[in-house]
Ligand binder design. Structure first.
Ligand code: CP
Ligand code: NVA
Length: 307
């Protein structure tokens, strides 16, 4: 386990172990603070896109575990522009102990990993968002004890967040239904691998157009922005297509009575998620955001701390 690039790369039991480690580290931190298992370790964080959660939660995770984090803004590195990714990876491998990168093209993360002798963590690419999925699964596990047998409904754009959620649901045995408008489907390769994983773990992947159908019997409703970073040119078209996919009180009332509503944030309130739902009793969006730090501590501890 050198890198953390995609949920597909890990077995179901490895993911479950990461979740359990995250839970332990969260409890330990709450009670007495974390053991300094990453003393003298440094994580460099390369960002090609903006971030609140990923940046701060990785930084604080490193500090709590006794290490340090270095933020590199889009202007500083010029990934693949000022310098080739292969050269950046080899230079950084001599300075720091691990790299986290948020990129546009998924291929760039793969290339960083290919050329680095140190662990590389995917902090979001146009293809997926595996750190988010781990925090999401932790949040669902905290509420329901397990993901196995749950019905997870994703409503909205078939984007990077949806891809990683599909894969973690499939790995952990939760049924995954997505309702998205035509033309905004999940990446085909991701869907096929999700179906294959689900077949092996005995759960279902369902592709729908109708959000009302998707949330039937759902214990989890998940949504994300209609326009992801890098798609700003399409924002006007998307704003016209997606309103039927809004997660609002009516849609939530059609799911299980103990349904939780999730969103990776940042939320565009009044668009994909209404204020009353975001701030209502079903919402776990802030617990989910906070769990980013705990999930990432587990990733860091596993890749760097020998846990
Ligand atoms: N959910 C998430 O990745 O948030 P940021 O873009 O703020 O890091
Ligand atoms: N799908 C969103 C997630 C942001 C955390 C994006 O890529 O912009």
């Amino acid at each position: 386990m050198k890198d953390f690039i995609a949920i597909e790369d890990y077995s179901s039991s490895e993911i479950q172990e990461l979740l359990d480690l995250a839970e332990n580290l969260k409890n330990e931190w709450k009670l007495q603070g974390n053991r300094q298992i990453l003393a003298n370790k440094t994580l460099a964080m390369i960002f090609q896109k903006p971030s609140l959660r990923t940046r701060i939660s990785f930084d604080m995770a490193m500090r709590h575990l006794g290490g340090d984090a270095l933020y590199l803004s889009p202007a500083e590195i010029g990934l693949g522009k000022r310098e080739s990714i292969a050269d950046i990876a080899r230079v950084m491998s001599g300075y720091v102990d691990a790299l986290m990168a948020r990129v546009f093209e998924h291929e760039h993360i793969l290339e960083l990993a290919r050329w680095s002798s140190i662990p590389v963590i995917n902090g979001l690419s146009d293809y997926n968002h595996p750190c988010q999925a781990l925090a999401d699964a932790l949040t669902i596990q905290e509420k329901f004890g397990t993901l196995k047998g749950l019905n997870v409904a994703y409503v909205g754009d078939g984007n990077n967040v949806a891809v990683s959620l599909l894969h973690i649901c499939a790995k952990l045995g939760a049924n995954f239904a997505i309702a998205n408008p035509e033309g905004f489907d999940l990446n085909e390769r991701a869907l096929n691998s999700g179906k294959k994983i689900a077949q092996a773990t005995g759960c279902l992947v369902t592709i729908l157009r109708d959000p009302h159908q998707a949330v039937q019997n759902a214990q989890v409703i998940y949504t994300d922005t209609w326009t992801s970073m890098g798609q700003e040119d399409e924002a006007r078209i998307r704003e016209k297509v997606f309103p039927p996919y809004q997660v609002n009180a009516k849609l939530v009332s059609e799911a299980d009575s103990d349904v939780i509503v999730m969103h990776c944030l940042p939320a565009h309130r009044g668009h994909e998620l209404t204020d009353d739902v975001a701030d209502g009793s079903h919402s776990v969006i802030f617990q989910q955001a906070h769990n980013r730090m705990h999930a990432q501590k587990a990733i860091l501890a596993r890749l760097l701390g020998g846990l």
